[in-house]
Design a protein around this ligand. Structure first.
Ligand code: 3PG
Length: 213
């Protein structure tokens, strides 16, 4: 499965922070029950790799990836834990090497046209615009479609249930990323039905860029 395959599975990739390992599998199952199969578990907490391992083992319908890859060693660790793809907030030569060496499909973050040029030169055509809203949001994505018509984006950062439809209406957006599908309060309360409901709403969104004519 390559990155474009992953981006086309659903309109929203939840950006997940697991603080309590016991939340990982119920959260993944709640999201899958709502139709959201692609999950990005960020390497921002001590239990993140264990959470990926648990989801890969116990939620077989989920396609779990590792987010916040910022160090070369994160790639091998993520792969060993069972991650099927990786997401990084930016791209550097050492991260490019790590992606090549491990073969972990990578959705790298960009914020400027120069970032897009560098990522394309390294062989990446599917990019995460991060932080999307701060980078210029909808207007920025429209502007980037001019010089980079073949690049597909997953805007992440400041995307919400309210503005996701506007992002997904753009021809160069295959999916969006956001943390609103895994709210901290619902996880702490074990309100997995609320998570499933959010996932159902997100699954109903239709990306225009996911299946270009
Ligand atoms: C992140 O890396 O934290 C993502 O950009 C999530 O951003 P959000 O909380 O604005 O969805």
């Amino acid at each position: 499965m390559n990155v474009l395959d992953v981006m086309r599975i659903g309109p929203v990739i939840p950006v997940i922070v697991i603080e309590d390992l016991a939340h990982a599998v119920p959260l993944a199952k709640a999201l899958v029950a709502g139709g959201v199969r692609v999950l990005e578990v960020t390497l921002r907490s001590p239990v993140a790799l264990e959470a990926i391992r648990a989801i890969a083992r116990e939620a077989p319908d989920a396609i779990v990836g590792a987010g916040t890859l910022t160090r070369p060693e994160d790639f091998a660790n993520a792969l060993a834990a069972g991650a099927r793809f990786g997401v990084s907030p930016g791209l550097t030569p050492s991260l490019i090497d790590a992606a090549r060496q491990t073969g972990l499909p990578l959705l790298p973050g960009v914020m400027t046209p120069s970032d897009v040029i560098a990522a394309r030169l390294a062989g990446f055509q599917q990019l995460k615009l991060f932080p999307a809203q701060q980078a210029g949001g909808i207007g920025m994505l429209r502007a980037l479609a001019g010089p980079f018509p073949a690049v597909m984006f997953c805007p992440t950062g400041g995307v919400s249930a309210d503005n996701a439809p506007d992002f997904l209406a753009l021809s160069n957006v295959a999916c969006v990323g956001g943390s609103w599908l895994a709210p901290k309060a619902a996880m702490e309360m074990g309100d997995w039905n609320a998570v499933t409901e959010l996932a159902k709403q997100a699954s109903r969104l239709t990306p225009r860029g996911a299946n270009p004519a």
